[in-house]
Design a protein around this ligand. Sequence first.
Ligand SMILES: NC(=O)c1ccc[n+]([C@@H]2O[C@H](COP(=O)([O-])OP(=O)(O)OC[C@H]3O[C@@H](n4cnc5c(N)ncnc54)[C@H](O)[C@@H]3O)[C@@H](O)[C@H]2O)c1
Ligand SMILES: O=C(O)CC[C@@H](O)C(=O)O
Length: 527
Amino acid sequence: MPKVLVSDPIDQVGIDILSQVATVDVKTTLSPEELIQVLPEYDAIMIRSGTKLTKDAIEAGKNLKIIGRAGVGVDNVDVPTATRMGIVVVNSPEGNTIAAAEHTLAMMMSLSRFIPAANASLKGGKWDRKSFTGVEVYKKTLGILGLGKIGSHVATVAKSLGMRILAYDPFLTTERAEKLGVHLVELEILLREADYITLHLPKTKDTAHLINAERIGIMKDGVRIINCARGGIIDEVAVAEAIKSGKIAGIALDVFENEPLEADSGLRELGANVILTPHLGASTEEAQTNVAVDVAEQIRDVLLGLPARSAVNIPGLRPDVWQKLKPYLQLAEMLGNLVGQLAGGRVDNLDVKLQGEIANSESQPIVVAALKGLLSPALRERVNFVNASIEAKERGIRVTETRDPSVEDYSGSIHLTAHGSQGQQSVTGALLGKSEIRITSINEFPINVAPTHYMLLTLHRDMPGIIGRIGTLLGNFNVNIASMQVGRRMVRGEAVMVLSIDDPLPSGLLDEIVHIQGVTDAFVVKL
Ligand SMILES: NC(=O)c1ccc[n+]([C@@H]2O[C@H](COP(=O)([O-])OP(=O)(O)OC[C@H]3O[C@@H](n4cnc5c(N)ncnc54)[C@H](O)[C@@H]3O)[C@@H](O)[C@H]2O)c1
Ligand SMILES: O=C(O)CC[C@@H](O)C(=O)O
């Protein structure tokens, strides 16, 4: 029998499912060192947010076939290491949507009526009614940052409470928002107009400290803020200051930059208008049953040799098809991610062109992989090989597919064009040998670059001095350049430069690069 380790508290129903096909050990108090010691024994591990599956832990799991995250976020799993080792990582993208939305609404009401503090006061022996005069949410404006699954449910319920709803989500179409009865607006408008602001977006490089001192400054005096998404989207120091100054009337946090929240965190010292819960968004009986069933069934299936339905890193294809298509799926996903980041906002159309030898292959998995990559800057681990097409459809992204077997530059290549709110961007990629991925054009400028973690791309005029100026700027900010390539169609015409850089770009530097004379645009891409 295969062996499964359950290292966080999981609903019994999940353990019962696993026990149909495996010996299940429930060990929920392992230290990181103990985890590394026991992992080689196991074929699968099932976790919640408590267990950290680092590179070292995953590499220790020599027999692991699958990692199951009973929940959505896989921030606690080193997914690239798992992928490299051929370990499937699965999650439950929707099992706790309602739970997290209802926790958000409970937080909004508790903030408005001081319920936690009034309860503590009464239990402490007082009968104090004066200190707890609240406010109504009726006819107030709720600003939702991130109108995905949870944000949409919050919007639907809040509308029925008589609230006016504004949302900011640069990846969503106006039609989708209108269907929900929500006004899609720019971030600044939402910050200026909202009485309540609630966050429902993933933590990414763009959303880290999205709520900072500067943006709090734009908000209404007396705004109330709720974060049941991810710690670190809010700058905790800045909100604590704004609570003390009275700029923010209340804040409710379920998630924190460091979890568990430090015992001496300043947040714990704040008054009745600050409500803190220990990451309870998903903690309902129903959600825990949903995610346990969802993930345990997938672990069972994979242990039985069947595909997983909600894999974050590997699609549910027959093993022989997967082996054949794997390098092209990785190529398509990387290109989707790249073109999505270049598009930099809402994408309305994605053209997928299969060229050369893959023009005759089964195209559907390649298109899905491209969509997964395209949506991953916005949806992160919520998008997988199973839901990518549905997510794209719900977001109003139209996909067109063409094939051209006559293209012979490489044995097989994929060309993607994204048309969106900020214009059109295109990328091409191919395989070198059997599996080495190369980016072979950007906006039709020919290049030949291996994708790396951090890249800086510029569109500029091909004239002396520009590349030097960019290099000097990067040097001044201690950003190390690993490689550089320039692509152009004619001498002294338009050109593209791709720099692989070892470090993320310090904030503000991209702006300086865009302002160099002759540079028309610049992008930082994280792959
Ligand atoms: N507290 C909890 O226990 C708990 C439980 C479940 C989910 N979550 C978290 O809640 C958040 C939302 O989950 P979901 O299921 O609704 O996800 P989702 O993927 O359905 O929606 C996220 C939305 O955020 C939008 N988005 C991405 N980047 C953005 C940006 N820079 N600005 C504005 N919008 C942006 C996306 O377009 C998407 O519509 C996630 O961070 C998730 O990890 C927390
Ligand atoms: O309770 C948990 O496991 C965390 C839930 C939530 O943050 C998730 O990402 O699904």
